[in-house]
Design a protein around this ligand. Structure first.
Ligand SMILES: [Mn+2]
Length: 280
């Protein structure tokens, strides 16, 4: 690697120790979802999520980050939109195991929301032991090392002091800050500063897998669903983001399902409503 290339790349830090979750033997199937980016402006995606959770026969659903477009503190959980989401989650967690890993949009989800929704917290990364195998679960943003500015920002906002200061501000200020951060991120993307930016560092991802004693990684964040090899015998599966609002004729949403036979992708569909506005 040349000096110029190594300058752009931050030194790969220490590999984080993965938490371990062991699937109970009675689980026959587990589903992974991420990047729903639920917001008041995405009612069809919220409805697809509601139908998906109500209908799945999986014994456990693991949400791997960015369930919400933005989360500025658990004290918002009783507002109208957030309360609707809590109700959807609580109904599901009453009949299946529901796990939540924070993403870069909803890392401020706290104990109060988890409790209200019946969700169990997942550390990033977590190794899931199930059906005789091991899967390493992560949101994925911590591995996007080429985006040096983002990694600096991430280290700051994940610190206890930043979070304490942020959560101590009035709700209106928090929402304004969140909006500014999102706009700045949009501007960077539009300015084309994201070349080679939006993907995980393959070598770092392989190092995480080796350290965790797993061969398969499951992550979201990049919105580029698919499967690819990281290194010989090391594989990653990237989850789909969900969007049922941008173009209702082309809804997008998947769950990645794991059972004793392995992994399979399943499309999520929004059931047709008798008076729906699906158009001609
Ligand atoms: Mn993300």
């Amino acid at each position: 690697m040349t000096d110029a290339a190594s300058e752009k790349r931050p030194a790969r830090g220490p590999v984080p120790a993965a938490a371990i979750v062991r699937a109970p033997l009675q689980w026959r199937s587990i589903e992974f979802i991420s990047d729903l980016h639920l917001a008041p402006e995405t009612p069809r995606t919220v409805e697809a999520f509601r139908c998906y959770l109500a209908g799945t026969d999986a014994h456990a659903v693991f949400i791997l980050g960015d369930l919400f477009e933005v989360w500025v503190g658990d004290d918002a959980r009783s507002d109208a939109f957030e309360a609707t989401c809590v109700q959807i989650l609580a109904q599901a967690s009453a009949r299946l195991a529901l796990y939540f890993m924070p993403g870069n949009r909803d890392f401020l989800v706290g104990a109060a929301l988890l409790e209200a929704a019946g969700m169990r917290p997942l550390a990033d990364p977590t190794r899931l032991d199930a059906f005789g195998g091991a899967w390493l679960l992560t949101h994925g943003d911590a591995l996007c090392l080429a985006d040096v500015d983002y990694q600096r920002f991430r280290a700051e906002v994940r610190s206890e002091s930043w979070q304490r200061a942020f959560l101590g501000r009035p709700m209106t200020e928090r929402l304004a800050i969140a909006r500014q951060l999102r706009d700045a991120s949009q501007r960077r993307k539009q300015a084309g500063e994201m070349e080679g930016w939006g993907d995980v560092d393959v070598d770092a991802a392989a190092a995480w897998l080796r350290a965790a004693g797993a061969q398969t990684m499951i992550h979201g964040h990049t919105h580029r669903p698919g499967v690819s090899e990281l290194a010989p015998s090391l594989v990653r599966h990237v989850l789909s983001d969900w969007d049922f609002d941008l173009d209702p004729a082309r809804p997008r949403g998947e769950a990645l399902r794991l059972d004793a036979a392995g992994l399979v992708r399943r499309s999520v569909r929004l059931p047709a409503t008798p008076h729906g506005n699906a158009g001609p």
